[in-house]
Design a protein around this ligand. Structure first.
Ligand code: ZN
Length: 183
Protein backbone atom coordinates (compact mmCIF):
# COMPACT_ATOMS: atom_id res chain seq x y z
CA UNK A 1 0.00 0.00 0.00
CA UNK A 2 1.15 3.51 -0.79
CA UNK A 3 0.62 6.21 1.81
CA UNK A 4 -1.71 8.88 0.40
CA UNK A 5 -0.37 12.39 0.38
CA UNK A 6 -2.80 14.09 2.75
CA UNK A 7 -2.19 16.71 5.41
CA UNK A 8 -4.36 16.62 8.50
CA UNK A 9 -5.06 20.00 10.05
CA UNK A 10 -4.03 20.61 13.64
CA UNK A 11 -6.50 21.86 16.25
CA UNK A 12 -4.97 25.36 16.08
CA UNK A 13 -6.11 25.69 12.45
CA UNK A 14 -9.24 27.86 12.30
CA UNK A 15 -10.56 25.96 9.28
CA UNK A 16 -11.55 23.17 11.68
CA UNK A 17 -14.06 25.57 13.24
CA UNK A 18 -16.02 26.11 10.03
CA UNK A 19 -19.42 24.54 9.55
CA UNK A 20 -19.06 22.26 6.54
CA UNK A 21 -21.30 22.71 3.50
CA UNK A 22 -23.89 20.26 2.16
CA UNK A 23 -22.53 18.09 -0.64
CA UNK A 24 -24.10 18.17 -4.09
CA UNK A 25 -24.11 15.22 -6.47
CA UNK A 26 -22.52 13.89 -8.56
CA UNK A 27 -19.28 13.99 -6.60
CA UNK A 28 -16.28 15.39 -8.40
CA UNK A 29 -13.38 13.15 -9.31
CA UNK A 30 -11.31 14.99 -6.76
CA UNK A 31 -13.81 14.34 -3.96
CA UNK A 32 -13.91 10.63 -4.84
CA UNK A 33 -10.12 10.45 -4.78
CA UNK A 34 -9.89 12.30 -1.47
CA UNK A 35 -12.46 9.98 0.12
CA UNK A 36 -10.46 6.97 -1.03
CA UNK A 37 -7.24 8.58 0.24
CA UNK A 38 -8.74 9.15 3.68
CA UNK A 39 -9.84 5.50 3.85
CA UNK A 40 -6.43 4.25 2.76
CA UNK A 41 -4.72 6.52 5.28
CA UNK A 42 -6.91 5.33 8.17
CA UNK A 43 -6.48 1.69 7.15
CA UNK A 44 -2.71 1.99 6.98
CA UNK A 45 -2.62 3.80 10.32
CA UNK A 46 -4.19 0.71 11.93
CA UNK A 47 -1.68 -1.73 10.45
CA UNK A 48 1.37 -1.82 12.76
CA UNK A 49 3.85 -2.28 9.91
CA UNK A 50 2.77 0.97 8.22
CA UNK A 51 2.12 2.78 11.45
CA UNK A 52 5.77 2.28 12.32
CA UNK A 53 7.21 2.80 8.85
CA UNK A 54 5.45 6.14 8.30
CA UNK A 55 5.23 7.26 11.95
CA UNK A 56 1.43 7.36 11.83
CA UNK A 57 -0.96 7.78 14.72
CA UNK A 58 -3.62 5.10 14.58
CA UNK A 59 -7.03 6.56 13.82
CA UNK A 60 -10.41 5.18 12.81
CA UNK A 61 -12.17 8.28 11.55
CA UNK A 62 -11.65 11.43 9.54
CA UNK A 63 -13.95 14.24 8.53
CA UNK A 64 -13.33 15.90 5.21
CA UNK A 65 -12.74 19.26 6.89
CA UNK A 66 -9.73 17.73 8.67
CA UNK A 67 -7.89 17.71 5.35
CA UNK A 68 -9.03 21.27 4.72
CA UNK A 69 -12.17 20.74 2.65
CA UNK A 70 -15.33 21.92 4.43
CA UNK A 71 -17.90 19.56 2.91
CA UNK A 72 -20.22 17.29 4.90
CA UNK A 73 -18.42 13.99 4.46
CA UNK A 74 -16.80 11.65 6.97
CA UNK A 75 -15.24 8.22 6.79
CA UNK A 76 -14.67 5.54 9.40
CA UNK A 77 -12.46 2.47 9.07
CA UNK A 78 -13.29 -0.20 11.62
CA UNK A 79 -10.89 -3.05 12.25
CA UNK A 80 -13.02 -6.20 12.43
CA UNK A 81 -10.25 -8.67 13.15
CA UNK A 82 -6.60 -8.96 12.29
CA UNK A 83 -6.12 -6.54 9.42
CA UNK A 84 -9.57 -6.90 7.92
CA UNK A 85 -11.51 -3.68 7.85
CA UNK A 86 -14.97 -2.30 7.28
CA UNK A 87 -15.28 1.15 5.73
CA UNK A 88 -18.11 3.60 6.24
CA UNK A 89 -18.60 6.65 4.04
CA UNK A 90 -21.28 9.10 5.13
CA UNK A 91 -22.20 12.12 3.05
CA UNK A 92 -24.59 14.77 4.40
CA UNK A 93 -25.15 12.66 7.55
CA UNK A 94 -27.69 13.47 10.24
CA UNK A 95 -28.86 11.74 13.39
CA UNK A 96 -32.46 10.59 13.01
CA UNK A 97 -32.75 8.75 16.34
CA UNK A 98 -30.63 7.83 19.32
CA UNK A 99 -30.69 5.92 22.59
CA UNK A 100 -31.43 7.54 25.91
CA UNK A 101 -28.39 5.80 27.31
CA UNK A 102 -25.09 7.66 27.13
CA UNK A 103 -21.58 6.29 27.21
CA UNK A 104 -18.01 7.55 27.12
CA UNK A 105 -14.56 6.19 26.31
CA UNK A 106 -12.83 5.55 29.62
CA UNK A 107 -9.36 6.22 28.29
CA UNK A 108 -10.52 9.40 26.55
CA UNK A 109 -11.34 10.09 22.92
CA UNK A 110 -8.58 10.66 20.41
CA UNK A 111 -8.50 12.79 17.29
CA UNK A 112 -5.95 12.96 14.49
CA UNK A 113 -6.19 16.76 14.68
CA UNK A 114 -5.37 16.88 18.40
CA UNK A 115 -1.76 16.04 18.98
CA UNK A 116 -1.72 15.98 22.75
CA UNK A 117 -3.26 13.94 25.53
CA UNK A 118 -6.58 15.31 26.70
CA UNK A 119 -8.38 13.47 29.45
CA UNK A 120 -11.98 13.79 30.41
CA UNK A 121 -15.45 12.56 29.73
CA UNK A 122 -17.24 13.15 26.44
CA UNK A 123 -20.81 11.85 26.80
CA UNK A 124 -22.15 10.24 23.63
CA UNK A 125 -25.29 8.30 22.77
CA UNK A 126 -24.74 4.55 23.11
CA UNK A 127 -26.68 3.90 19.89
CA UNK A 128 -27.50 6.18 17.00
CA UNK A 129 -29.27 5.87 13.68
CA UNK A 130 -28.00 8.20 11.00
CA UNK A 131 -29.33 8.96 7.57
CA UNK A 132 -26.77 9.84 4.94
CA UNK A 133 -25.95 9.55 1.26
CA UNK A 134 -23.44 7.25 -0.37
CA UNK A 135 -20.94 8.12 -3.10
CA UNK A 136 -23.67 7.90 -5.75
CA UNK A 137 -26.07 10.10 -3.80
CA UNK A 138 -28.37 7.27 -2.67
CA UNK A 139 -29.90 7.86 0.76
CA UNK A 140 -29.46 5.13 3.37
CA UNK A 141 -29.93 4.64 7.09
CA UNK A 142 -27.38 3.06 9.36
CA UNK A 143 -27.66 2.09 13.01
CA UNK A 144 -24.47 1.82 15.05
CA UNK A 145 -23.61 1.18 18.65
CA UNK A 146 -20.82 1.46 21.21
CA UNK A 147 -17.39 2.54 19.90
CA UNK A 148 -18.62 2.96 16.32
CA UNK A 149 -21.52 5.10 17.53
CA UNK A 150 -19.00 7.28 19.36
CA UNK A 151 -16.85 7.56 16.23
CA UNK A 152 -19.89 8.58 14.16
CA UNK A 153 -20.84 11.30 16.66
CA UNK A 154 -17.23 12.50 16.93
CA UNK A 155 -17.00 12.88 13.15
CA UNK A 156 -20.44 14.50 12.83
CA UNK A 157 -19.24 17.09 15.36
CA UNK A 158 -16.31 17.94 13.05
CA UNK A 159 -18.80 18.83 10.29
CA UNK A 160 -20.25 21.39 12.69
CA UNK A 161 -16.88 22.81 13.72
CA UNK A 162 -16.86 21.02 17.07
CA UNK A 163 -13.87 19.16 18.55
CA UNK A 164 -14.19 16.54 21.29
CA UNK A 165 -12.24 18.75 23.69
CA UNK A 166 -15.10 21.27 23.53
CA UNK A 167 -17.26 18.80 25.46
CA UNK A 168 -14.81 18.58 28.38
CA UNK A 169 -14.85 21.00 31.28
CA UNK A 170 -11.13 21.67 31.88
CA UNK A 171 -11.81 22.49 35.55
CA UNK A 172 -13.64 19.23 36.13
CA UNK A 173 -12.90 16.80 33.27
CA UNK A 174 -14.54 13.80 34.96
CA UNK A 175 -17.72 15.59 35.96
CA UNK A 176 -20.86 13.42 36.09
CA UNK A 177 -18.91 10.22 35.35
CA UNK A 178 -21.48 8.18 37.26
CA UNK A 179 -24.30 9.32 34.97
CA UNK A 180 -22.87 7.52 31.96
CA UNK A 181 -21.57 4.06 31.15
CA UNK A 182 -17.86 3.72 30.51
CA UNK A 183 -16.73 1.64 27.56
ZN1 ZN B 1 -11.47 14.10 15.31
Amino acid sequence: MKLPNITILDETDKRLRKISDEVKFPLSKEDKKNIQDMITYLTMSQIPEYEEKYHLRAGMGLAYVQIGIPKRIFVIVEELEDETFRDYILINPKIISHSEEMIYVGEGEGCLSINREVEGIVPRYARVTMEAQDMEGNTFKIRVREDIAIAFQHELDHLNGILFIDHIDPKNPFKDANKYREI
